[in-house]
Design a protein around this ligand. Structure first.
Ligand SMILES: Cc1cc2nc3c(=O)[nH]c(=O)nc-3n(C[C@H](O)[C@H](O)[C@H](O)COP(=O)(O)OP(=O)(O)OC[C@H]3O[C@@H](n4cnc5c(N)ncnc54)[C@H](O)[C@@H]3O)c2cc1C
Length: 347
């Protein structure tokens, strides 16, 4: 990228799914956007499976605001796919392993609730799992779920912004950001506004405190299962998500007190134990990855406006559900940044 002074309407620090979608909407609204990202190894969006699953937990409850979030996510990812010429998500039902009578009862009673029933598949077909999975007591199937191709979306947008000379590949040192009445200056770049979308690294952001971040590390294995062939997602204690060919994503635990962002032997062993319990056929480990979720104490996204520096914002707190939260809230926050209607800060 040129070192000539350059002017932008807004800089986005962090190009995970939060920064990417916010950048997309701000550009749609006519803003000239500069992206700054240093490809941090623990970036959650590059490791996540991108699952959007409307029904979660042992009690099979609806995810928070899923009736709004899911259709918005689908239509926004579809638009992005069309605009960028990529396949941005794959529709795939989730087959749940129901291990106990209680699980089965919980699942059945939810499926009969009229507020839930649209997410419970009536035409279930578990034959894909025959001979492959050690059959639990029963299966249950959820529909309208999908998995987002986060890595493809991020990589495609990165290339797009690089081509426009609107991408700065480095870690932004907060002390290098100069604030004046004319806006913001960072090295040779001038911008009128700035949004921080740093994922869990926001814990070190000196401009925004009281974020109540509770970062949660997760580890995953990519495995090759030559004889598997199932395309639906499978949820036991871990998730199996088909990626491409015969490669599957398997993960992932939650670690709240982690010492490093690196993959660990301990997490690998836990995942292998689960895979060995669940799979009846041979597999091969291809890769192990770890990343940190930007979770918050109240499990809600963070749409923040700095109280003293005009035009300084933070978009974060996507936690365990960035794939479903990011589209809806990036659109809403971008609208706030452009139009300034305070209602767009509430949710
Ligand atoms: C193992 C795992 C599995 C997951 N599975 C799912 C799932 O199936 N479905 C789902 O919805 N969610 C899932 N999540 C959660 C999801 O990944 C996150 O909610 C989402 O990716 C957060 O996106 P983000 O953009 O806020 O942060 P990130 O993806 O972490 O991106 C932050 C970016 O900011 C950059 N950055 C930070 N500070 C600076 C700086 N000072 N200068 C320059 N760049 C900076 C980093 O390099 C990084 O690229 C999972 C997370 C993990 C870890």
């Amino acid at each position: 990228m040129s070192t000539e002074p350059q002017n932008f309407d807004i800089a986005i620090v962090g190009q995970g799914i939060a920064g990417t979608l916010l950048g997309y909407f701000l550009e749609e609204a006519g803003m000239k956007v500069l992206i700054i990202d240093h490809h941090h190894q623990g970036a959650a969006s590059m490791v996540a499976a991108g699952i959007v699953n409307p029904i979660t937990g042992k009690k099979f409850v609806k995810s928070w605001r899923i009736d709004d979030l899911l259709p918005a996510a689908k239509s926004i990812y579809s638009d992005i796919g069309t605009k960028m010429g990529i396949k941005s998500y794959t529709d795939a039902n989730v087959i749940f392993a129901l291990e106990t009578i209680e699980d089965e009862n919980n699942f059945l009673s939810r499926s009969e609730d009229e507020l839930y029933s649209k997410y419970f598949s009536k035409e279930t077909d578990f034959s894909q799992m025959d001979g492959i999975i050690s059959k639990p007591l029963q299966y249950g199937e959820i529909q309208h779920s999908f998995h987002v191709h986060l890595k493809d979306i991020l990589t495609t947008f990165r290339e797009y912004w690089e081509k426009k000379n609107a991408y700065l590949d480095e870690f932004m040192n907060y002390s290098d950001l100069k604030i004046s009445q004319d806006g913001y200056k960072y090295k040779a770049y001038h911008f009128n506004r700035i949004v921080f979308c740093e994922g869990y690294l926001a814990k070190d952001n000196p401009f925004f405190d009281k974020l109540h971040m509770q970062p949660a590390k997760g580890e995953v294995l990519l495995i090759k299962i030559p004889e598997a062939g199932f395309k639906k997602m499978y949820k036991d204690k871990v998730f199996f998500v088909h990626q491409y060919d015969d490669i599957y994503w398997v993960g992932s635990g939650y670690e709240w007190n982690f010492l490093s962002e690196q993959p660990t032997k301990e997490a690998r062993e836990v995942l292998i134990e689960e895979i060995n319990r669940i799979l009846k056929i041979p597999y091969e480990i291809i890769d192990q990855k770890a990343a940190v979720r930007p979770a918050t104490a109240n499990r809600r996204p963070l749409l923040r406006v700095h109280s003293e520096h005009p035009g300084m914002y933070l978009f974060n707190g996507l936690g365990t559900k960035g794939s479903s939260l990011a589209p809806f809230f990036a659109r809403q926050f971008a609208r706030y940044i452009v139009k300034g209607n305070p209602e767009d800060l509430t949710y």
